[in-house]
Design a binder for this molecule. Structure first.
Ligand code: F6R
Length: 614
């Protein structure tokens, strides 16, 4: 949830740490801080607010030093404040720690340390770890890395932790359990981050720490990786990351979210690149090549995911059941993990996740694995925890998504799910060759059509101005457009803070219609398709209650458009792929509503990009 950075080497640490924090700010941004190490003392600068506030605070202060750690926080324990910001110092100031995750037994640790005379200045769980490391060093006289190991053995919970100490000023110790951590290897230096994007500008060579591992990084270039529970060392496997730095910039757009919305023609194409031959309808999914035949025979596929990824999974359910004829269930990962689901060994479980680090989705994966199911992944972040913990999977190749509200990751997930559908339909002979070729061509044509859908900015902007004056909005869809409606409503809620609800259009009459008043905005996702007439009926019901109806219609469908107060056209497309088009105006409407209301679009309140805590 939070962002972690660290550095040890020959260069000045402060600018490197601050650069990394700025890149990671999207992960959490209620406060930020850095600690610069040394033999005499650790200098600590931290501030509630954004990284820019920290920079102003540190101006004119001693920011020299070649070792340091930093953190950008999204509060879990204790309100956002200067004193709750990370890094946290131990009582005598000998140890500084940054932490991402949640320490479940922090109350017990605090009580125990309290009995040894430790006083706490913050409300955080993390401060206990700083004290504990110092306490173990003093009590046992052991080395700093060993003290970290012993301390972590007492810690229950999830964490990525980076620590420095005055007692060992040429060493950084890092550890992970449940939260990602990556070490970048430079020229006689190490960069540490919770996300590879923060090290990419310095080095492409990285080592991902595995679950339950810690690493000791020394100024003399020594690098040891071992398990926290044992002492067994492993040889660090160095990987190359491909993140394009310019892909991390805003490319002239006002916000990352805007940039990511407009990137979709390319990202959708990237998701199918090398996987779909539009001439033959042939789909090649190398990532799951060893599983696809068995998957086609599956009695049941279960999707687990959260948020936007969950809505993509619902779309997957519609597609796979309809075109490939395999029963599909979709579950919120957070529910799946606790509702004691009946998982059979023959089941295939698909985890869908942009970040690949979502704690609930990871827990669902582990549960399914324990039950003996085959667990596959659909992930965007290469080398992420979900990618590594699943038997196999398909990357969505949408590139780094920085805007907290997911957009291009959603369309990339839907593209991959459409490819899976075609691959399964072919194996199960559910579609004729002609039909497979036709649908493959429909999918292949989507990037160009998304480009056209993106030209409707003005219409979407005008609609956004109207919605920005409302306190509520309703989104209606049916069939494949129901998950699109859900996603549109989530986007609006997340960044504009306008209350939004999505319903399958047929459900409105069973209760929610009571909420419709004169002028209530109702966005009806009504492109051409089998059930378009049904949604037309719902539009009429809404109009009869004086709702202000905004319809998303297929180009040229003036009959449906005429029923609405406003409309946005999307290009003609088969129902198999129409969701990829219908969602575009909804993303734009949410974006422009938030802009109209003056909100910080890329950093919406209370949200973080990757939810690595339960
Ligand atoms: C919505 C959004 C969240 C995520 C959810 C799952 O815009 O970004 O709802 O979709 O937190 O995250 P991932 O896909 O990273 O598992």
């Amino acid at each position: 949830m939070c962002g972690i950075v660290g550095y040890i080497g020959k260069k000045e640490a402060y600018p490197i740490l601050m650069g990394g924090l700025s890149r990671l700010e999207y992960r959490g941004y209620d406060s930020a801080g850095v600690a610069l190490g040394g033999r005499k003392d650790i200098r600590l600068y931290k501030r509630q607010g954004k990284v820019a506030d920290l920079a102003s605070f540190a101006e004119g202060k001693d920011i020299s030093g070649t070792i340091g750690i930093g953190h950008t926080r999204w509060a879990t324990h204790g309100e956002p404040s200067d004193r709750n910001s990370h890094p946290h110092l131990s009582q005598c100031g000998t140890v500084a720690v940054v932490h991402n995750g949640i320490i479940e037994n922090y109350r017990e640790l605090r009580e125990d340390l309290g009995r040894h005379g430790y006083r706490f200045v913050s409300d955080t769980d993390t401060e206990a770890v700083a004290h504990l490391i110092e306490h173990i060093c003093e009590r046992t006289g052991t080395t700093f890395p060993e003290a970290v190991r012993l301390a972590l053995r007492e810690v229950v919970g999830a964490y990525a932790i980076v620590a420095i100490s005055t007692g060992d000023p040429d060493t950084v110790v890092v550890a992970r359990k449940g939260s990602p951590l990556v070490v970048g290897i430079g020229d006689g230096e190490f960069f540490i981050a919770s996300d590879a994007t923060a090290v990419a500008e310095h080095t492409r060579r990285v080592v991902y720490l595995e679950e339950g591992e810690m690493a000791v990084l020394r100024r003399n270039e020594e690098f040891y990786v071992s398990s926290i529970n044992g002492h067994d060392e492993r040889y660090p496997i160095v990987m190359e990351i491909e993140a394009e730095l310019e892909a991390i910039g805003k490319n002239g757009f006002a916000h990352f979210m805007e940039k990511e919305i407009f990137e979709q023609p390319e990202t959708i194409l990237d998701s199918m690149r090398g996987r779909l031959d539009p001439e033959t309808g042939e789909v090649r999914l190398n990532g799951i090549a060893d599983h696809i035949d068995r998957l086609a025979e599956a009695e049941r596929i279960i999707f687990v995911a959260c948020g936007t990824s969950f809505y993509a999974a619902i779309l997957g359910e519609y597609l796979i059941e309809r075109y490939a004829g395999i029963p599909v269930e979709v579950d919120y990962a957070s529910e799946f993990r606790y509702r004691r689901p009946l998982i059979r060994k023959k089941d295939f479980v698909f985890a869908v996740s942009q970040s690949g680090e979502t704690a609930d989705t990871l827990a669902a994966i582990r549960l399914a694995k324990e039950a003996g199911a085959t667990v596959l992944g659909i992930c965007n972040v290469v080398g992420s925890s979900i990618a590594r913990e699943t038997a196999a999977g398909i990357y969505t190749h949408a590139g780094p998504e920085i805007g907290v509200a997911s957009t291009k990751a959603f369309t990339a997930q839907v593209t991959v799910l459409s490819l899976i559908t075609l691959a399964l339909a072919k194996r199960r002979k559910m579609l004729s060759d002609e039909e497979l070729i036709r649908l493959g061509k429909e999918l292949f044509a989507i990037p160009e059509k998304v480009k056209r859908a993106l030209t409707k900015q003005n219409e979407c902007r005008e609609i956004a101005v109207e919605i920005s004056r409302s306190s509520d909005a309703f989104y209606l869809g049916r069939g494949v457009c129901y998950p699109v409606a859900l996603e549109g409503a989530l986007k609006l809620k997340e960044i504009s803070y306008v209350h939004a609800e999505a319903y399958p259009a047929g459900e409105m009459k069973h209760g929610p219609i009571a909420l419709i008043e004169d002028g209530t905005p109702v966005i009806a996702v009504a492109p051409d398709g089998e059930i378009r007439d049904k949604i037309v009926g719902s539009i009429q019901e809404m109009k009869a209650r004086k709702a202000r109806v905004i319809a998303i219609v297929t180009e040229g469908d003036m009959a449906t458009a005429a029923l609405a107060d406003r409309f946005v056209e999307v290009p003609v497309a088969d129902e198999f792929v129409v969701a990829l088009l219908a969602v575009i105006p909804l993303q734009l409407i949410a974006y422009y509503t938030a802009v109209t209301l003056g909100h910080d679009v890329d950093r919406p309140r209370n949200l973080a990009k990757s939810v690595t805590v339960e």
